[in-house]
Design a protein around this ligand. Structure first.
Ligand code: FE2
Length: 377
């Protein structure tokens, strides 16, 4: 009924971690216009141009723009021909996340260990070469049409990977202080959360570190359930949501309808100074879900002392939550495409390792107001 915190013992992890992950390597989005999407992530989010692949580099069916900010790397890919996998993906889902790429020391072993445990192969271990060395990649399918690629870079010193060239631009807007991927959340269908929890346990050796049921995450109208999966060292965390019965349509159901299936709901991006980061993002046009002023009237009674002034947090609409280890500050963007599908979370952790359970109700009521505006509640 209530939140369950499970802390796997460190000893157990090292003994059983058959898939050691060094973190997120990159997130690849399939989009309708990669050139313009790359411009958006530079302008609005403060990414820098890094690399490009397309007809000029010998890639015939697509164009990909790679942008980077600190340890965050996004790849924006678009089809330049019909009748390919990317074109079909976009026709079905709209813009969205295709690849959650994970950094590994050995991409061949990662593929062997996961496929022998039931993972469905997406890409057999493949070595890509150019003058800068060799990069090995492999991959498996996860929920919906989403995939995990395993990226082994130890023998590669190029700008991104073979097939890409350096992308130099005269337009280099300043960073907004975004640092790395904190977690990536997947939305799955009715009764599909536990099968996907089992997939991450069995195939990838992850552990369920937190669970939320519909009593934790419900409003007057809608509900959802969520389990947080983490790899052994905690660098990679994938919460999995499924809808739960409510009076009206939940945000997960709205997502599943408009994405035409399961997929990545949000990517959480870490910052060391959420007030500066969100101020910069807002000034550059990123839109966030609006939180009612009443939230701030009582929040400090719930979370206790925080280092920040409440005023800028309330002006920006930043949410606060606390767990046994500290507190966190978080805010959620509106969907970043026309369909109500993918959005971003900005998060600053000050000790807390949880995901903002205390904010769920206020946040979901705010999201429902926007769903209602779209006629989807
Ligand atoms: Fe999140």
């Amino acid at each position: 009924m209530s939140t369950e915190v499970l802390s796997p013992s460190a000893k157990e992890e090292t003994a059983t971690d058959f898939l050691p992950l060094m973190g997120t390597d990159y997130v690849e989005f399939y989009v309708g216009n990669a050139k313009q999407a790359a411009h958006y992530y530079k302008t609005a989010f403060g990414f820098q141009s890094l690399a490009y692949a397309g007809p000029e580099t010998g890639v015939k069916d697509r164009a990909s723009y790679v942008v980077r900010q600190n340890k965050l790397t996004f790849v924006l890919t678009t089809p330049i021909r019909e009748n390919n996998e990317i074109a079909r993906h976009i026709a079905k889902h709209g813009d969205g996340v295709k690849v959650l790429a994970l950094k590994v020391a050995d991409a061949t072993s990662a593929w062997e260990e996961t496929t022998k445990r039931g993972g469905k192969s997406y890409l057999e271990p493949t070595t890509l070469k150019d003058n800068e060395g060799e990069l090995v990649m492999s991959g498996i399918h996860t929920y919906g049409d989403t995939v995990h690629l395993f990226i082994e870079r130890k023998s590669y010193s190029g700008v991104f990977m073979p097939g890409y060239r350096k992308w130099e631009s005269v337009y280099n807007p300043p960073s907004t202080g975004l640092l790395y991927v904190d977690h990536c959340v997947g939305n799955v269908g009715w009764n599909q959360m536990n099968p996907w929890v089992k997939f991450y346990e069995d195939v990838m050796g992850f552990k369920n570190i937190l669970s939320f049921d519909d009593n934790d995450i419900s409003t007057e109208y809608s509900a959802l359930m969520s389990k947080v999966m983490s790899n052994g060292n905690g660098y990679v965390k994938f919460p999995i949501n499924e809808p739960a019965e409510g009076k009206k349509k939940s945000q997960v159901e709205e997502y599943l309808e408009f994405y035409n299936g399961e997929g990545v709901q949000h990517v959480a991006l870490a910052t060391h100074n959420i007030i500066e980061t969100v101020t910069a993002l807002k000034n550059r046009g990123v839109e966030f879900v609006k939180i009612p002023p009443s939230y701030y009237a009582t929040v400090l009674e719930r979370v206790g002392h925080i280092d920040e002034d409440l005023k800028p947090l309330s002006e920006l609409g930043i949410l606060i939550d606390r767990d046994d280890e500290g507190y966190l500050l978080q805010i959620f963007s509106k969907p970043v495409e026309d369909r109500p599908t993918l959005f971003f979370e900005i998060i600053q952790r000050k000790g807390a390792k949880s995901f903002g359970k205390g904010n769920f109700k206020a946040l979901f009521e705010a999201i429902e107001r926007e769903q209602a505006e779209r006629g989807n509640l």
